[in-house]
Design a protein around this ligand. Sequence first.
Ligand code: IPE
Ligand code: IPE
Ligand code: MG
Ligand code: MG
Ligand code: MG
Length: 306
Amino acid sequence: MSVSFLSNSQLSSEFFPTLQSKLKENFALIDSYIRAAFSDGCNRVEEAMLYSILNGGKRLRGSLVIETARLFNVPATISIKAAVSLEALHSYSLIHDDLPDMDDSDLRRGLPSCHIKFDNATAILAGDALLTWAFEILSSPEWQVNPNIKLSLISSLATFSGKHGMIAGQMLDMQEEQSGSATLDSVKNLQHLKTGQLFMYACQAGCLLGNATKQETESLQTYAKNLGLVFQIADDLLDIDGNSSATGKPVHQDTKKTTFVDLMGENQAIVYANELINQGLESLEEFGDKAIFLQEALKFSLNRRY
Ligand code: IPE
Ligand code: IPE
Ligand code: MG
Ligand code: MG
Ligand code: MG
């Protein structure tokens, strides 16, 4: 099956109907969990946490946890904690990514970035607190999940997001911006780390919750790895051609960075992304129609405008 880059007019909800309806449903579940977890009378760091996590976002990573777990008949009432913890960790990574000493970005999800709305110190602490909250959620004693699975979720989240995972990718992103010595292989590696690792964790979490076989887990990890690369290629295309009112973040922000688009040109980057999509779809074949959400998420990731 081959997929090509779609025009704007094809990006309506009819085009990715399962994805759109599941994102909406999971968005509501994730947001109501978060609201319920924070009582009235939040302190300043809680206010900054809520400001950053409740201000929208696609909830794609949380939805991937829920929909991967659903492949193995695990209901959202169980997988929700893993989904919320990943969205909390993702929000922390965005708060820190926007700080002046990182990407220095003033706009996030259509609103002033956390450090603009509050201040740098509060943004650093809100990020730290969202990161710690992620692990608090996964380790909560009342969660009706086998303790060995909980431990694997905690350990995997630390690995995928940590010093050899997402943070390693963010470090390389900063170093390459300064050295300007990027190659196709180095860009692939850093994008796989900074963006791919959280998508890989999302699918890994669904597999752990669903007691997936080794073969099923490997297929879903291949899918998630391709999804991460495609998602970041689209992010880089949106930085060039996107519209800030749709993306909710500044465009032309990454002029000092080297991306696939700089190295390959826009057309070749789209061709490459389509190859990754086709490979990712192949790795979902064993799941048949149960994997429609995952199939659509992969195609949407290149064709998205936000
Ligand atoms: C933004 O991710 C960070 C990248 C890896 C490019 P998203 O585009 O998924 O951000 P939200 O959560 O929808 O705001
Ligand atoms: C961000 O990549 C990846 C992480 C936050 C881990 P970008 O810096 O390209 O993300 P945006 O464009 O600011 O959302
Ligand atoms: Mg960045
Ligand atoms: Mg950024
Ligand atoms: Mg970007």
